[in-house]
Ligand binder design. Structure first.
Ligand SMILES: [Zn+2]
Length: 540
């Protein structure tokens, strides 16, 4: 019964692959307006949420919105009013969900308005805290599903909506949010109300506000939109140097992928728990980004690439998050290849390979699309990022540069402001390449293991010939694997290149070299993801 495990794998991919969020196909949020008053000294917010909803299925009588309810530590949100088209509804708020029980049954296409007033101390999601400069800051940090800890939403990337944030904050704060600033109103009591509006549908994971005592640097236009950097006042002078490349990065990605999806791009120093968080149109970076000795170009490129992949073309299901992370990681490598050179890109590929191999040793059963993961933060792993990037790199070699770029561009255009699964991307690459790619996608995205190459070489016949043995040493063979080999010889500037098929049998391939071999390098152009040594020098 050797076929059985493979059959089970296929079934689990297609039928059991949905993430655990209970998606309600009858509901489609159109627009959120969050009117938020910030009370930073009390770590509290008052919110009036106006939500425009459309009936997406045949009928709708009731559904749930996500919002954290009261927690034993005193955090959480307490609802004071809930209404449907202006008519009060009974509040049922349990298990971090609000039951919306409509007074009538609605039909497909009908729309209605909800209004929810609530307040409380966010347990997480909106981080109100004192920063390293002893100044209070407020930042949204929603990934993956922490928006509902402060925003009444359908907190899943499959339901995108436009959003307005009307934020009332003490006058000393600058406030940023997704979209464009439409106006600011001075209120009594040293408060200012900031009206931000975003008319492009986005997922809740990247729908945020931020408030701090910022210095704002306008860095000019790129991709037709304004680019700015927002840094804590005391860090501004030294910090801004880290963001010198932002305009070039945005222009590069805009040219390579297609039209940038949002109305602005701001780079913001913040308190996100991540190194960078790709919030739509305003990327939040960790506080110490300004202190790091490392140049931040790659981090900026990664988060900027997410504006297309993750924010605009978003995974429909969390288990396909490599469509965000693998794409952002590989787009960064393409940026490095074009702007810093192929050698630096190969170094990045090598570092990525080490991460994949290490992760595979720790979690040998984990694949890129790993439907066994329940805790979503566990999806932020070397498979989603580095193996996803390596997959795209290998796909590019399989279909060629032109088809690859055209397919990535077409995928973005097709799923802009929308959601996709891996098969949607595969269909586009198959159409453009004329190749059937099912087994290639399955091998690298659904299979957990990596090819492990055992290899050796020896010179035979004096310095006349070389014999090279390479075999796959992992449990189950990878089909149709071949690898390039560079044979370095004394008194020859360029190595001899050969391509050797690799299967699970050990077979010696013999080549005429007419010279003393100093070193043999496997996969010199970094085209194959495998576990094993890259080079073997001649024995001294
Ligand atoms: Zn990322």
């Amino acid at each position: 019964m050797r076929v059985l495990p493979f059959l089970i794998l296929l079934i689990s991919n297609s039928l059991l692959g949905a993430d655990p969020y209970p998606i309600d196909p009858n509901v489609d949020i159109q627009h959120y307006t969050f009117d938020i008053e910030l009370f930073p000294d009390q770590s509290r917010i008052d919110v009036v949420a106006k939500i425009d909803v459309a009936v997406a299925g045949p009928t709708l009588k009731s559904f749930y919105l996500d919002l954290d309810d009261e927690n034993t530590d005193g955090t959480g949100m307490q609802i004071s009013d809930l209404s449907y088209n202006g008519q009060a509804l009974t509040v049922v708020h349990d298990d971090d969900r609000i039951l919306i029980d409509l007074p009538e049954t609605l039909k497909q296409g009908e729309e209605f308005a909800l209004q929810i007033s609530y307040s409380g101390t966010p347990k997480d999601g909106l981080i109100i805290r004192t920063n390293d400069k002893k100044r209070t800051t407020i930042f949204g940090d929603n990934w993956p599903n922490r928006a509902h800890l402060w925003l009444s939403t359908i907190d899943h990337p499959s339901d995108k909506a436009t959003v307005d944030f009307h934020v009332t904050a003490p006058k000393k704060y600058q406030v940023i949010a997704t979209g464009l600033l439409k106006k600011q109103e001075s209120l009594s009591g040293k408060m200012v109300k900031h009206f931000w509006s975003n008319d492009v549908p986005i997922p809740t994971k990247v729908m945020v506000i931020g408030a701090a005592e910022f210095e704002v640097f306008e860095q000019g236009q790129a991709a037709g939109v304004p680019v700015s950097t927002w840094l804590y006042k005391s860090d501004a002078k030294k910090g801004i140097k880290k963001f010198a490349e932002t305009v070039n990065i945005l222009n590069f990605l805009n040219d390579w992928i297609g039209e940038y999806p949002y109305a602005k791009l701001a780079h913001v120093q913040s308190t996100t728990r991540y190194g960078g968080m790709e919030n739509a149109g305003n990327i939040f970076y960790y506080e110490n980004v300004v202190n790091s000795a490392v140049p931040r170009d790659r981090l900026i490129a990664h988060e900027t690439a997410h504006q297309w992949f993750g924010n605009s073309a978003s995974e429909k299901d969390w288990h396909h998050v490599w469509l965000s992370e693998g794409f952002a990681t590989y787009m960064t490598m393409i940026y490095v290849e074009q702007m810093k050179g192929i050698d630096e890109m190969r170094e990045d590929l090598e570092k990525a390979r080490v991460r994949v191999v290490d992760f595979n040793r720790k979690k040998p059963k984990s694949s890129v699309i790993d439907t066994t993961v329940v805790e979503l933060n566990e999806l932020l792993n070397a498979n989603s990022y580095q193996k996803g990037a390596w997959f795209l790199h290998m796909l590019r070699h399989k279909v060629g540069d032109e088809v690859f770029q055209a397919s990535v561009r077409e995928y973005y255009i097709a799923y802009r402001d929308d959601n996709a699964l891996t098969d949607d991307f595969r269909a586009i690459v198959e159409k453009n390449s004329g190749q059937e790619l099912g087994s290639f996608f399955t091998t690298w995205l659904y299979r957990p293991d990596l090819p492990k190459l055992d290899w050796s070489w020896r010179q035979t016949g004096g310095d006349q010939r070389i014999g090279i043995r390479i075999k796959q040493a992992q449990m189950r063979a990878f089909d149709k694997l071949s690898v390039e080999v560079a044979i370095h010889i004394t008194n020859r500037a360029e190595p001899i290149l050969k391509t050797i098929p690799v299967n699970s049998l050990s077979k010696e391939y013999s080549y005429l070299v007419n010279g003393q071999v100093t070193k043999v390098e496997l996969d010199p152009d970094r085209k194959l993801l495998f576990e094993g040594d890259y080079t073997k020098d001649a024995r001294k």
